[in-house]
Design a protein around this ligand. Sequence first.
Ligand SMILES: Cc1cc2nc3c(=O)[nH]c(=O)nc-3n(C[C@H](O)[C@H](O)[C@H](O)COP(=O)(O)OP(=O)(O)OC[C@H]3O[C@@H](n4cnc5c(N)ncnc54)[C@H](O)[C@@H]3O)c2cc1C
Length: 481
Amino acid sequence: MNQSKVTTHQILIEGLRQTFSGRLLTDAPDMAAYLIDWRKRYQGQALAVVEPINTEEVANIVRFCAKHAINIIPQGGNTSLSGGSVPNPTGKNIVIGLKRLNQIREIDAQNNTMTVEAGCILEAIQIAAKEVNRLFPLSLASQGSCTIGGNLATNAGGVQVLRYGNTRELCLGLEVVTAEGNIWHGLRGLRKDNTGYNLKDLFIGSEGTLGIITAAVLKLFPLPAFKQLAWVAVQSTTHALQLLTLSKQHTGDSLTAFELISDNCLNLVLKHFKQCHSPLKSPSPWYILLEVSENRPEESHKLYLYGVLCDMLKIALETHLILDAVVSDNEQQFKRLWTLRESISAAQTMEGANIKHDIALPISKIPAFIEKTEQAIRTNFPNAHLITFGHLGDGNLHYNVYHSKNSRDNCIPHQASINRIVHDAVDSLNGSISAEHGLGVLRRDEAARYKSPIELNLMLDIKQALDPHNRMNPNKVLLKK
Ligand SMILES: Cc1cc2nc3c(=O)[nH]c(=O)nc-3n(C[C@H](O)[C@H](O)[C@H](O)COP(=O)(O)OP(=O)(O)OC[C@H]3O[C@@H](n4cnc5c(N)ncnc54)[C@H](O)[C@@H]3O)c2cc1C
């Protein structure tokens, strides 16, 4: 590291202290939480962490960085699962923490939109929408910590994509600070706008590598009057897929979530969260958590949907499509069933290190993928265990591999070989190696391996056009030559 250059940068950064007052962090203990990722796999260093409170301050700090050739790492809630939100260990970058940019600028209930700043916590947005009798449907287990800016930057998915789409589909307009520090005012609440290239969709999913999202116009929906949940046991993923088809036929647009959970996932949750209980008497290889919802408040609609769900499950039982099922009949039971699903990530972490895969496949290919990949992993790594769960309705699996704590055969050092088995299988079925967590650094080189040269070069051309000096979250998503 060039000591004199770092000192120059440090002196320059001191010049910002008056403007940012307590919002310029340079001491190691103050910066610590910003420099390590949620999974504690990536530890970085930084010249400083800056916390702007408005778009103009973001633009000013970006211009300062452009002028002094300092790289920028935008950070929201730092819940990224792919190492995208933390700086590298060189200590030459500035982290721009966006959580103080947290105003809800406008709610237009008639247009069914809300305009929010990037640092708003997802849960706070859901609550604000509910206060005007609307739904903002993005829903993730990290919603108490992640920010809407991070959700947009990663095009987050979650448990209601089946009905409402992912973050990209929930966003109508953006405000962005470009790599030069200019502000693009694209906060339009329009459902139709065919005036040339779609810049909004370039920034969504770009993981902070093209610019900093400072605000967004989000779509709102009618608030569901009630929801119903079923926990269903099935013998195989083939049966699970058939149940998905049957559910769509019977419940139509009311189907909001269709989550796959392996028995191993349930057992991990029961092991680490003693307050949780299995909803059914007998274990089964796979479970489905199936949610339906209804917007019309009248009791007759509620009873009708409940009837449709129960009738569908009855048919599934009689035709041996499912082994057993329980339907939530009160709010507490509803929450308890969702808690089982939402505790899987935490239970995995408590069990120890694991190798994560976040894959998307054509829904019809999921049983073939599971059979083929499981066999290959068991043959090559007999002590490895699989945690398979995910948003089956969207063709998105979280396919994670770990070894039990007592096993001497640690599979973590074999990450590269395990990735090869899983990602080759995904590629052979025309799937994607990142469904919703982005590439960050964790999957950057894997993506480069599977993307065609044309696709990679087009991505590099876009990066070159929008961030020619490679200042914005450098070396995340793709490596610039
Ligand atoms: C328990 C748990 C469950 C999760 N479940 C899901 C899930 O179901 N579905 C899902 O999709 N993800 C899930 N995630 C991953 C994570 O929560 C999402 O990726 C989330 O969208 C990240 O938001 P964040 O504010 O924490 O962003 P960060 O982690 O801070 O940043 C993520 C990326 O976005 C960039 N970024 C952040 N803010 C901005 C901005 N304003 N402008 C430009 N770039 C920015 C960062 O540089 C980084 O590359 C989960 C994570 C955890 C810990």
